[in-house]
Design a protein around this ligand. Sequence first.
Ligand code: SF4
Length: 200
Amino acid sequence: MGFISYIRNRIRRGSQDRFLVRCVKKLQVYQYGWVEIKDLNYYDSVREYCKENYCHQYGTNWACPPGMGTIDECRERTAKYERMMLFSKVYHLSSTDLVTDAYENPEVLGMMKDFRDLTIDLQDMAKERIEDFFIYTNGACTICKECTYPDAPCRFPDKCQPALEGTGYMISELANAASMECFIDPKNIIFFGAIVYNYK
Ligand code: SF4
């Protein structure tokens, strides 16, 4: 690559990164940071944890295991992108008791919905400037009232955002790589999402 191409490439990359920063700031995220695709690890143990089905979504949805594909398929899907921007949002709990049965609690479920709305908004915003990207969100896809899994293909494969953790990522590891917090105190939950993208 010649020097001029190198500089142009750097400018283009910086411009896309700054655009995404503006997007996530507009969406009032708590923190954001970057993880290089080559540094991503995929853990069978995290997928095994999904099987415990605390969230009641295992095997019910194209965005969660096993419908989202094997861990190798998830790795391949992400490997074609150049960079990941990780972002988080903090939700304040009215009581720490809520965490015990989080996936049954309307307050927590409301927070999860709010975060999924945020990642859907990011998808719409990113389309303006980023040609090739993919978004991970927190938990199962809730676009349709009832998911077609496993009887028919996903109705909206371009909109469906897979679960970040269900992919096999260890959230604490991602947060650490992006220099972000993954725990504040028991009265605050942090949800994470990510956008993986190419520079064009
Ligand atoms: S878009 Fe609809 S069919 Fe596809 S994963 Fe989401 S809920 Fe299921």
